[in-house]
Ligand binder design. Structure first.
Ligand code: ATP
Length: 609
């Protein structure tokens, strides 16, 4: 059995634990509504049984000479009112339970996802599928209680009608109840089939969603139009959709065939019962009231069994989906971490000792025995060709992954022995693939240090240092301008003041400002902080960065060697190893990789014709 196969099959134990988790979330978030639903289930079950008995009594009395029916008629009216009003109240309570439990479950789900220390889980497609199914499951957490109440309703009305039917014909009762067994088995099999299908088609829907999003993505729109690949992407999207549709249609056909057969079975049983009741009445063995009662009871038993079976099948399917929620919320962290303790201020430096790393056992080695020292208060630069492993090394420093072999020490303490949050709190960074948040300009900067989110002075200071203050001040609402067009309503879509779109270089400066607002941190990481800037801006940004880096611990990655030349120490990564290291002057003198790259770049800048 493959890992994927193992994940999609939830056994009895998983279902029980999913039921426990769903019920406990629902009870915690909506106890009053749960009690209300149980009360409604009892009342809704009692009302039709009472109606059937009252009808029988009225009919019996009508055919007897001294039949007083006023009280019974009033009772019938009250039962009728209950039958009419209770479903509405039940629906209201179900919706409230569903909303409250859903909100709590979603909150818990994302809190647990956030608990994952590193990035590995987010690179695992099976886990990502599970998260999506867990979201679906979380949204309907409270509906399990509704299924259980519907089941209770089914059981109670079944008991009422079976009792009534037993009085009239035990044989017919047995037949009606036995006929329900194949229905129950078929429905449970179908619900398992539906849940399995949902898991199996999840990767197909993920790919379809990816193509669909690409086709509407503003960033992708230019290339799609220029290269004329819209129809090609649409064809791929539709191929995915057709594959999912074919699997779903197969399931629908199974369902139709099974349910068709089951309907015939119910109709045959009901028809046989009716035939028996009419012939018994002709013989004088049953009265008119008995026949009416019998018809109501057969219908009632079948309806109750249907309710019971469909709520069991629906609860079963819900639990199969909800088991993904339980799996995600109880997933082991992707790497071990200590929960308590602090990472003290850096005093000596960071040391990489014989660090080996690969993304998984199937991937090649990216880092092969790196020994590197980043002394406290010094600026270190890392250079190397594309794919040399520079960004990977930074991810290890931030503990997004652990080294496969070797260790990284923070003042002599292995990063694995520091709480990840405490370590990250000591680091500031601009990443090569930095985020552009669809929020205001001020928020885009303030997110770098949450306490600074409302601190206008700190935000402006960081923007000034990143050279983006002027741009932001000139926006329609200054720093409070939304840097997106996605949150606008139809009403304000023509109003430029509601949001603007920045250029790539401006976003990059904003990312730098976000890192600078965290300035007091011990280690500043700058991964290609100026790749999208014009030459003047690049020069200016690097001059500012140099100023800030003086006397601070920093690690700079840049392909522009003019920007790294005045770092205290330069390390050249090649083939996963440190090929050479030293000051700019020493490396030029050594005439190795660095000197060759530097000369090539310098020559490129000097060519004027
Ligand atoms: N998440 C990942 N899973 C698997 N392999 C990865 C992952 N990220 C990077 N790699 C691989 O690791 C190697 C090093 O990538 P990395 O991004 O660290 O290089 P880099 O030196 O920063 O390159 P560049 O100068 O192009 O930014 C590359 O071969 C890349 O394909």
């Amino acid at each position: 059995m493959s890992a994927h196969e193992g994940l999609r099959r939830a056994g009895a134990h998983e279902l029980a634990s999913a039921a426990g988790a769903a019920l406990s979330v629902t009870w915690r978030s909506a106890p009053g509504e749960v009690i209300g639903q149980v009360a409604m289930a009892v009342a809704e079950a009692a009302a039709p049984v009472a109606t059937a008995w009252l009808t029988k009594s009225v009919l019996d009395r009508l055919t007897s000479p001294d039949g007083a029916v006023a009280g019974l008629a009033l009772g019938l009216a009250a039962a009728g009112l209950a039958v009419a009003a209770l479903p509405g109240i039940g629906r209201y309570l179900r919706a409230r339970t569903s909303r409250r439990a859903g909100a709590e479950a979603i909150d818990k789900l994302f809190a647990e996802v956030e608990r994952q220390v590193g990035l590995r889980r987010f690179e695992d497609p099976v886990f990502l599928d599970r998260i999506r199914l867990a979201q679906q499951g979380a949204g309907t957490t409270g509906d399990l209680v509704s299924n259980i109440c519907a089941g209770m309703h089914g059981v109670l009305s079944l008991a009422g009608f079976v009792g009534s039917l037993l009085v009239l014909s035990p044989a017919m009762t047995a037949l009606v109840v036995l006929a329900a067994v194949p229905v129950l088995v078929a429905e449970l099999l179908l619900s398992r089939g539906r849940a399995t299908l949902q898991f199996d088609t999840e990767p197909i829907h993920r790919r379809e969603f990816f193509y669909g999003r690409l086709l509407t993505d503003v960033q992708a729109a230019t290339e799609i139009r220029l290269f004329g690949i819209g129809a090609f992407l649409r064809a791929r999207m539709m191929a995915e959709r057709r594959e999912a549709n074919a699997a779903e249609s197969r399931m629908d056909r199974h369902e139709l065939a099974a349910q068709g057969g089951l309907s015939v079975l119910s109709a045959v049983v009901a028809g046989a019962g009716l035939w028996w009741a009419i012939t018994a009445a002709r013989r004088g063995a049953l009265g008119v009231g008995d026949v009416a009662m019998f018809i109501a009871a057969v219908g009632g038993v079948q309806a109750a069994l249907n309710t019971l079976i469909s709520s069991a099948a629906s609860a079963h399917q819900r639990l199969l989906i909800f088991s993904h929620y339980v799996a995600v919320t109880r997933a082991e962290p992707d790497m071990p971490s200590v929960a308590t303790g602090t990472a003290h201020a850096l005093r000596q430096g960071i040391e990489l000792q014989d660090v080996w790393f690969r993304y998984s056992d199937d991937h090649p080695w990216v880092l092969r025995g790196i020994d590197l020292s980043i002394p406290c208060g010094r600026s270190v630069a890392l250079v190397g060709l594309n794919g040399a492993g520079k960004s990977t090394l930074i991810r290890l420093l931030c503990r997004m992954y652990d080294p496969t072999r070797g260790r990284i020490l923070w003042d002599g303490v292995d990063l694995r022995d520091l709480p990840p949050a405490a370590l990250r709190d000591r680091i500031s960074a601009v990443f090569q693939d930095h985020m552009n948040y669809d929020m205001t300009a001020a928020e885009n900067i303030g997110l770098g240090d949450l306490p600074a989110l409302d601190d206008v002075v700190r935000i402006r200071e960081a923007a000034l240092r990143a050279g983006v203050h002027e741009t932001l001040s000139e926006l329609p609402r200054g720093y409070d301008t939304l840097l997106t067009r996605i949150f606008f309503s139809e009403a304000d879509k023509g109003d430029a003041e509601t949001g603007v779109v920045l250029s790539g270089g401006q976003w990059q400066r904003l990312a730098l400002a976000r890192a600078l607002v965290r300035d007091g941190r011990d280690l500043m990481i700058l991964d290609e902080p100026s790749s999208g800037l014009d030459p003047e801006a690049e020069h200016e940004v690097h001059a500012r960065i140099r100023e800030r880096r003086a006397g601070r611990t920093s690690l700079l990655i840049s392909h522009r060697l003019s920007a790294v030349r005045d770092a205290d120490h330069i390390a050249v990564l090649h083939d996963g190893r440190i090929a050479e290291q030293g000051s700019h002057e020493a490396l030029i003198e050594a005439d190795g990789h660095y000197a060759r790259l530097f000369r090539r770049q310098a020559a490129g800048y000097q060519e004027t014709r």
